[in-house]
Design a protein around this ligand. Structure first.
Ligand code: ARG
Length: 253
């Protein structure tokens, strides 16, 4: 093969990689997306006790994105631990799970346009008069969901004893039982546990101002431009129609 033909071939392959999904389909040929979500994070994603389906802000959002972009959506409940590895293994097309867009994650995955701003906050028992900021937690125990940005935030303070959990509900159970002094978690989830979680309401409070400013994005496998294009098309239509704002109101974000 001469050099010119070789370069041509490389170009064709590169173009095909840019415009096709993992199944090699261009965006117009994709009719259905399988989306993973760790449904342990109310009000963002949780299992509806009656229907047993994944419900919450993210479920509503991804269904609306599908409607707007003209693709069918199937949501699969998937544990946070391993959710990114399963995406890479091609087990689903995307993750919607309150995933914060971070520089580190952007190296390995691609993100949709941002759809919600939610920083980390500190939650303590309501009777705690000492803690007004994360720096008051030195020598005490702080909990987070393993591998989340809350986990990373606590890790910045070597004097704080960090305890991580498979899911944030277990951390709140430990906080209620006095086995933890605080939790660092996304603001909407903190608000849900402080105000609404039936077993816990009146037991906890949020202290100080948010520690971070974080934006959620929908995650796809690196280079999956076809699925990304569908997701961003849907998102942008929900942004301009005002539907995204309505969903935020519905779920108190
Ligand atoms: N926003 C945080 C992060 O991206 C926590 C997300 C956890 N989501 C969940 N469904 N458990 O690290």
């Amino acid at each position: 093969m001469n050099m010119l033909r070789f370069t041509g071939l490389v170009l064709i392959i590169a173009l095909a990689m840019v415009s096709c999904g993992p199944q090699g389909k261009p965006a117009e040929k994709i009719t259905k997306l399988v989306i993973a979500s760790d449904a342990t994070f109310p009000p963002m994603e949780f299992i509806d006790p009656t229907t047993k389906n994944v419900a919450g802000f993210d479920a509503d959002l991804i269904k609306a994105v599908g409607d707007a972009a003209g693709v069918q959506i199937e949501i699969v409940n998937t544990a946070w631990d391993g959710i990114f590895a399963s995406l890479e293994a091609g087990r689903f097309d995307a993750i919607i799970s309150s995933v914060t867009i971070t520089e580190e994650r952007k190296v390995t995955y691609d993100f949709s346009d941002p759809y919600v701003n939610a920083g980390q906050v500190v939650v303590v028992p309501v009777a705690d008069n000492v803690t007004t900021a994360i720096s008051d937690l030195k020598g005490k125990k702080a909990g987070a969901q393993m591998g989340t940005t809350g986990d990373l935030e606590i890790a910045k303070y070597s004097e704080i004893e960090k305890k991580t959990y498979e899911d944030i509900g277990l951390a709140f159970a430990d906080l209620a039982a006095g086995r933890l002094d605080s939790i660092v978690v996304d603001a909407p989830v903190a608000a849900n546990y402080v105000l609404m979680a039936p077993d816990f309401s009146g037991k906890f409070k949020t202290v100080g101002t948010p520690l971070t400013s974080e934006f959620y994005g929908i995650v796809v496998k690196k280079g999956n431009a076809a699925v990304l294009e569908i997701l961003n098309r849907g998102l942008s239509s929900l942004k301009s129609s005002g539907k995204l704002d309505l969903l935020k109101q519905k779920w108190n974000l």
